[in-house]
Design a binder for this molecule. Structure first.
Ligand code: BV8
Length: 228
């Protein structure tokens, strides 16, 4: 095994206290993520969508990485071959655990994107508050949206992802339901390219039949064991 690709989803952050999307805690004030995380929802009710992300940005400041994030960061620092952690998560817990070879395919809560000048920049405060929603680059108010990939929008760095999948020897999927594409299809690409595939999750995902190896249990317990 020389080249490793790891895909993570909301389940790896669950034990840190961040809600997942499709589990029992999967709704935010009665809204499904598919109904709030879309350009149409943002056009229809920007305040609601901004409040959804403001609430998650605040929550992010109250939680810490867990043993699964720490174990992946250790793998990252010690693995001599190629390694890429592709996360669907928009939280910063992988970074805070020390991961370096990391790619946020669905964007990041801690980043803002100005619709007026297209700049992207670190963002930590509220976006729903109009008075505070000022682009640090062009100065315009009310034009900053979450730098997050919504449904119907193209995930980031797909070329880099396809390239990593095309020559990986080991593909590990951790804490994802396999409900959202293109991420849910990565295991098939890796398998087609000859990789050994492993799923680490609380329960079988929608794509579990594509995995050579399956480990079920909390990521905080299973990932450190797998890394060792
Ligand atoms: C695109 C950012 C094209 C927002 C997100 C019909 C069929 C197939 C596909 C489609 C279709 N109709 C539309 C599509 C495409 C669509 C899609 O896949 N829809 C699904 C719902 C059917 N995909 C898209 O739109 C994507 N874009 O296709 O673009 C395109 C092409 C050209 C040009 C332009 C565009 C964009 C998708 C990205 C959407 N944004 N996130 C935000 O975060 O607010 S996706 C959202 O779901 C989250 O990011 C999350 O990452 C993702 C997947 O969810 P999971 O991470 O898996 O979380 P979930 O709760 O589902 O599962 C958690 C798992 O953890 C569970 O299995 C649970 O058992 C486990 N778990 C829980 N606790 C633990 C645990 N495991 C271990 N330990 C624990 N303690």
């Amino acid at each position: 095994m020389r080249n490793i690709v790891v895909l993570t989803g909301a389940g790896i952050s669950a034990e840190s206290g961040l809600a997942t999307f499709r589990g029992p805690d999967g709704l935010w004030e009665g809204h499904r993520v598919e109904d709030v995380a879309t350009p149409e929802a943002f056009a229809r009710d920007p305040g609601l969508v901004q409040q959804f992300y403001d609430a998650r940005r605040v929550r992010l400041g109250e939680v810490e990485p867990n043993a699964a994030h720490v174990a992946l960061a250790r793998l990252d620092s010690e693995w001599p071959g190629e390694l890429l952690i592709i996360t669907q998560n928009v939280d910063d817990l992988h970074e805070r655990a020390g991961a370096k070879r990391l790619l946020h395919m669905h964007g990041e809560l801690a980043s803002g994107w100005c619709l007026a000048c297209s700049s992207r920049f670190p963002w930590s405060g509220s976006m729903a508050d109009g008075a505070g929603n000022q682009c640090p680059r062009c100065g315009l108010f009310g034009q900053v949206r979450p730098d997050i990939v919504w449904f119907g929008e193209m995930p980031y760095e797909m070329d880099r992802i396809e390239e990593a999948l095309s020559h990986c020897d080991l593909f590990a999927s951790i804490g994802t339901s396999g409900a959202v594409y293109p991420a849910a299809g990565f295991v098939q690409t890796a398998r087609y390219c000859g990789a050994h595939t492993v799923e680490i999750n609380l329960e079988p995902s929608q794509g579990s039949l594509f995995f050579d190896e399956r480990r079920y249990g909390p990521a905080g317990e299973e990932v450190p064991k797998w890394v060792d």
